[in-house]
Design a protein around this ligand. Sequence first.
Ligand code: HEM
Length: 210
Amino acid sequence: MNLRTLHKTSAIVIAAFACVHLVNHLVSLAGVPAHIAFMESARVIYRQPAIEAVLLLCVTIQIGSGLWLVVRGWRQRRGAVAWLQALSGAVLAGFLLIHVGAVLYARAVLDLDTNFYFSAAGFHVPPFPFFFVPYYFFAVLALFTHIGCAVYWQLRAASPRVRRLAVALPMLVGTVVSSLLVLSLAGKIQPVEVPAKYKATYTSFFTFPP
Ligand code: HEM
């Protein structure tokens, strides 16, 4: 199996998880309890040790193979879609590294339940929103953009208009989904009261020993 095929295969696993995962976060628009109830049902599947191991292996493969493809094709890359694909892939690789690392650290070391409040805490302790708003917004937009670029290359026989639409439409949907998720985490759509233990992971940044 070559590197590109490996990248596409692990992408299918991550995309399947990301579908459920983003729907889970969109459910928060109906309130945090609805989001947590959905997550508890979904975890029954994706927190199965064998399934989680495959998912984490795919995340590792995706980051490594993706960054290698970006670097390897640097000189041959031509055209806006090829560069958009590389840029969105690099953003996703960086995001996945930080995101999954943070989730595993919070679970294993901080003993936190990594539910909605875990993601929302950074939106409710200044100045961290300056990091978390673009962090989540561009990660979700990059996911939709990257999928759109992949579809573009599959549609070689289609008209240029259809191919351009294959990139533009997912980017438009990605912008709407990203905006809704960020507004929801920031508590701008429904009330969000983040428990103190989640906020403490950020406030402790500013607590120096006497
Ligand atoms: C606004 C956007 C996002 C938010 C708020 C978010 C939040 C979270 C949270 C709270 C968890 C822990 C889940 C649990 O404990 O059951 C998690 C895990 C994870 N997320 Fe995200 N996520 C977002 C976007 C994404 C995207 C776009 C991807 C992939 C492209 C992704 C990939 C993952 C993966 C692989 C895990 C680890 C799953 C596990 O092993 O339990 N996330 N995320």
